[in-house]
Design a protein around this ligand. Structure first.
Ligand code: AMP
Ligand code: MG
Length: 287
């Protein structure tokens, strides 16, 4: 299993998270995969240049995962192939008071890039159907009772689906990654963060507490993915126990969406071409 299609969820059938692997098959060669990733990063840079020059379509990459699944280092790897002038990275933390006094999509809408540019979301509005669902945070939210009636989370799935459709209809593509780390690998990485002084800062007191809700989180991810995966805004459930493999599959998905966008450098009109020639003559006739 090393074909991107094996990890894509497009809403045509319901998935079970348990049937997705957290690591590559033994047959997968690390050396070959790293070479392919390098080639993909180069392609991504070329596509991004065209995307920017054309300025027609915007691209948003969303990363969601349990703690220590490798979101930060995967994002760093994606960025290494891209021109920082055409992309911004946003991290979504616990909402501040201004954010929580607005609708849950408000802070993300502000981060949508101009068409021609890209954005990476390190967490996103999906937190509002993940951590918020696991801890029922909506119960204590300052919102009218009518907004708490019925299934708050099911309504949010609908809102997200409609929002992503709205963005697609307005010239944006959104692809969503769930970095699927195993519980054992998370433990290993937490222990490393505790034992290695230079990694201590990455460990937060809440990490072990949240880990205790592992099964609830898996249920929340599975149901969010099933409710919001669509052909135009797919989810990718990527094995995350081996970072080199996650990076490769992310690069494959980004190249794949760029192929769908198929951005082209603008072709000048005849008049503009003529003007270029005139400018060329002026430059060449300089003393
Ligand atoms: P980190 O990304 O590890 O720096 O942590 C950010 C924390 O913010 C995570 O524990 C998220 O679950 C939390 N967070 C992000 N968005 C929300 C939200 N809408 N409501 C509550 N917690 C959130
Ligand atoms: Mg954390």
């Amino acid at each position: 299993m090393s074909d991107l299609r094996d990890f894509a969820v497009k809403g045509d059938k319901k998935i079970k998270l348990k049937s997705f692997p957290t690591k590559p098959d033994d047959s997968v060669s690390k050396e070959k995969i790293i070479k392919k990733t390098q080639a993909n990063l180069k392609k991504m840079g070329e596509f991004q240049d065209r995307l920017y020059s054309e300025g027609k379509e915007g691209l948003v990459l969303i990363f969601q995962a349990m703690d220590a699944a490798g979101k930060d280092s995967t994002i760093k790897n994606v960025m290494s192939g891209l021109n920082p002038q055409g992309i911004d990275v946003y991290s979504f933390k616990v909402p501040n008071s201004e954010e929580s006094s607005h609708g849950f999509l408000w802070r993300a809408i502000k981060c949508f890039p101009a068409r021609g540019k890209m954005a990476i979301f390190n967490r996103s509005y999906y937190e509002d159907v993940l951590v918020v669902k696991v801890h029922k945070l909506y119960e204590s939210a300052k919102i009218p009772n009518r907004c708490k009636h019925g299934d708050v989370i099911a309504k949010r799935y609908e809102d997200i689906k409609n929002f992503e459709k709205y963005e697609y209809n307005n010239g944006y593509r959104i692809i969503k990654f769930f970095l699927n780390v195993s519980k054992e690998e998370q433990k290993k990485r937490f222990l490393e963060r505790i034992d290695l002084k230079i990694k201590n800062w990455k460990f937060s007191a809440s990490d072990v507490k949240e880990r205790a809700y592992w099964d609830e989180y898996m249920e929340a991810y599975e149901s969010a993915i099933n409710a919001t995966a669509t052909k135009n805004s797919p989810w990718y459930i990527l094995p995350a126990d081996k970072k080199w493999y996650t990076r490769y599959l992310v690069s494959e998905a980004v190249v794949d969406v760029f192929k769908k966008i198929a951005p082209q450098y603008p072709v000048l009109s005849d008049e503009a071409q003529n003007n270029l020639q005139k400018d060329k003559e002026i430059l060449l006739s300089e003393e």
